[in-house]
Write a protein that binds this ligand. Structure first.
Ligand code: BDR
Ligand code: CA
Length: 310
């Protein structure tokens, strides 16, 4: 099994990513850390608890983390995710409690305790918690097995500004710390996730599962896809964050290459842009494996097969 920490701002697509991880015996979830992003922290931490309970996994450890980005004010996305961040299903208030420890302490302590090269970080939101951990204990950079993250975009452009994707835009300074850390990175940009569309037929498959998780997933996706369907005219919405977990389970579903990636933190116009040297026109260090393609049929088959287990 692979030991992972999921860092997240749920978020309907975060929720589906968490469900996929909880349903997969290949993954040992050491903890889930919440960060401010799609909605403020008091909601993302509560949403993380709700999802663990929905999955029937109340022993999962959930930690609360950074309440705001490192430098810039918090920008949220209620217009996409609804005012709870998890609009759609009517999930009960969680009875599970948050762990006492701060998420950043948990990340640092876990990486310093576990054998080097054995813990994978899975950031699904702004990178604030991960960057704060790297600043607090720089030694963790060489102990992380890899960081598989959802963020950025290149040929596809951005979804908050013409050039910036939400997770990177919200905390570009954190992203800059992470991409400059030297830890191995696998990046799932919009170029991949915009090809992982829910479609009416796929949502129906979840609905027909006849389980609590299947029904809730269909309701989450029904709500979530509204925004993108209207904005981009697609059939369904993009399942961004589950791509990260799917990569851990079946990397062969994705295609990409090693590139240099730098984060724009200077210009207001292009703030949070991921500047990706896809063509290798510079000699800058290749610091990330950047994905560009996904076998979306294989991806949804995996998701459906796994969620049916919960
Ligand atoms: C990312 O932003 C959030 O709205 C989603 O949960 C995803 O992590 C996509 O840009
Ligand atoms: Ca997210």
């Amino acid at each position: 099994t692979e030991k992972i920490i999921i860092d997240t701002d749920p978020g309907q697509d975060d929720a589906v990513a968490i469900l996929l991880a909880l349903a997969s015996p290949e993954l040992d979830i050491l903890g889930i850390t919440a960060v401010a992003g799609n909605v403020p922290l008091h909601l993302t931490e509560k949403n993380a608890l709700k999802i663990c309970e929905l999955a029937g996994k109340p022993a999962t450890k959930v930690y609360s983390g950074a309440i705001r980005p490192m430098v810039r004010p918090l920008v949220t996305a209620e217009h996409v995710h609804g005012k709870t961040g998890l609009d759609g299903p009517d999930l009960p208030e969680p009875t599970m409690k948050l762990q006492d420890k701060h998420a950043v302490d948990f990340i640092v302590e876990t990486l310093m305790r576990e054998a080097p090269g054995t813990v994978t970080l899975c950031p699904l939101g702004p990178l604030t918690n991960i960057a704060l951990a790297l600043v607090r204990e720089p030694q963790i950079a060489t102990r992380i097995k890899r960081i598989v993250l959802m963020g950025g975009g290149f040929f596809e452009g951005g979804n908050v500004t013409p050039t910036a994707e939400f997770n990177i835009y919200v905390d570009p300074h954190a992203a800059d710390v992470v991409f400059g850390s030297g830890a191995p990175i696998v990046m799932m940009p919009l170029d991949v996730t915009h090809k992982a569309l829910t479609t009416a037929k796929r949502v129906d498959t979840f609905r027909r599962m006849g389980t609590k998780v299947g029904t809730a997933t269909a309701e989450l996706l029904d709500f979530f896809e509204r925004y993108d369907e209207e904005k981009y005219g697609t059939d369904g919405g993009p399942l961004h964050d589950p791509c990260v977990i799917a990569y851990l389970l079946k990397p062969e579903l994705f295609k990409g290459r090693d590139c240099n990636v730098e984060i724009e933190i200077g210009s207001e116009l292009t703030m949070g842009m991921t500047v990706i040297d896809w063509w290798g026109v510079t000699s800058r260090r290749k610091n990330a494996m950047v994905m560009r393609d996904i076998d979306h049929e294989g991806f949804f088959n995996l998701l459906i097969e796994r969620l049916a287990r919960l």
